[in-house]
Design a protein around this ligand. Structure first.
Ligand code: NAG
Ligand code: NAG
Ligand code: NAG
Ligand code: NAG
Length: 352
């Protein structure tokens, strides 16, 4: 009784104009003995049909004399002596989308199993591979280690792009990179032995990164006129107490003015504003805007608070309008005096 099995990914996604590697290993009982008895060993990849029939079957690859059908090139890169049947299919076109069956020929008449899920003693579908061909690559997968960050916590971003063709892997680039970010990029094997290019970006969360959209771009080289570029993006959510709290006075002149307490905070929907007059303990108002008259000289400030903290603005000074009127007069007076002096001097020189 023979036991035979092969392990390969159930599906691989290939890109037209590129290649696709099928990672593959097999196991056969008494392989060494069989190899001793055999004249030769070669492999066959059958397209679409699991049933091996010398006249009916579409043999895409026969490694015996490197016979290739329907493909421009196929190479077995695995070493059969190491139970490795890894194979690369080149110059993929749309009509290569299909299920492929691996068959080992140990001749003459020693053993010839097709690694087929439909045979009685092998119900495992991982013994065949389905190649799914796409004209454009899948966008890279961009992941954050957390949905939200507090300030100074570490943000870890990972961007992964499938690399079905190891000789033409994609390139990953980032946009909107924070200053303190460090990036490492490497090819990694997934559990099914297919490869992906992973790029990791790490940086400390700053409130300035809140709502920042970070994009990861993967570019796939291909044997077609244009490379393919696909991207993924995420928007950062940083939680922070009020920052840059300041007061805006409108209008800039006039007796009746509105003071607005401006701030940046996250979240900003639970913001509480409090107004104070300098020198007085008690708040004068609890809202974003207040209306005041410039009837007396006084300083005001506001505080903004969310669940992460609180910040006070600088003071703003409102001066009595009559005083500012006075200063206007002084400025005009000075300008007038200067003008008169220049005129007199000119006259003096002219007369001389
Ligand atoms: C594979 O190729 C060899 C050499 O041409 C040939 O003898 C053999 O019959 C082929 N195998 C199959 C299954 O077609
Ligand atoms: C697949 O399509 C290409 C052209 O796109 C053609 O040259 C080739 O013969 C086709 N192969 C098969 C197996 O139909
Ligand atoms: C099988 O061969 C391929 C190509 O040489 C190699 O990359 C892979 O690591 C091998 N797999 C194992 C399990 O040795
Ligand atoms: C000042 O202006 C606000 C609106 O801009 C108005 O509601 C308020 O009545 C005005 N107050 C005075 C004293 O004119």
């Amino acid at each position: 009784d023979y036991i035979y099995s092969a392990v390969m990914p159930q599906t691989v996604t290939a890109l037209t104009g590129s290649c696709v590697q099928i990672p593959c290993t097999f196991n056969i009982s008494n392989f060494e003995d069989k190899r001793e008895m055999a004249e030769s060993i070669y492999v066959i990849w059958l397209k679409n049909q699991s049933h091996y029939d010398s006249t009916e079957s579409f043999i895409a690859f026969n490694s015996s004399e490197n016979i290739i059908r329907g493909f421009s090139d196929i190479k077995m890169t695995g070493d059969l002596n190491e139970w490795n049947c890894t194979t690369v299919f080149y110059n993929i076109t749309m009509n290569h989308s299909d299920r492929y069956y691996f068959r080992l020929e140990i001749v003459a008449d020693v053993f010839g199993p097709t690694f087929n899920p439909n045979t009685a003693n092998s119900s495992d579908s991982s013994k065949t591979v389905k190649i799914i061909v796409r004209d454009s690559p899948q966008p890279p997968e961009l992941k954050l280690n957390k949905p939200q960050y507090v300030e100074e916590s570490t943000i870890n971003l990972s961007c992964s792009a499938e690399a079905p063709c190891p000789t033409q892997p994609p390139e990953i680039s980032w946009s909107n990179i924070p200053e303190s970010a460090s990036i490492t990029t490497q090819l990694q094997e997934k559990p099914d032995k297919t490869q992906s290019l992973f790029s990791y970006m790490t940086f400390k969360a700053s409130y300035k990164d809140h709502r920042k959209k970070i994009t990861c771009t993967a570019t796939y080289p291909r044997n077609t006129p244009n490379d393919s570029t696909v991207e993924g993006n995420v928007t950062l959510q940083v939680l922070f107490p009020p920052k840059e709290t300041h007061i805006i006075i409108t209008p800039s002149v006039g007796t009746n003015v509105t003071l607005t307490c401006k701030t940046k905070a996250s979240p900003s929907n639970d913001l509480n504003y409090t107004w104070y007059k300098r020198g007085e303990e008690k708040p004068i108002a609890w809202r974003k805007k207040i209306n005041l008259n410039r009837t007396q000289t006084a300083s005001y400030y506001c505080t903004a608070q969310n669940k992460h903290g609180k910040q006070s603005s600088e003071d703003v000074q409102l001066t009595d309008d009559s005083q500012s009127g006075f200063s206007h007069l002084v400025i005009h007076g000075c300008t007038g005096g200067l003008f008169a002096f220049v005129l007199l001097s000119a006259c003096f020189f002219y007369c001389m």
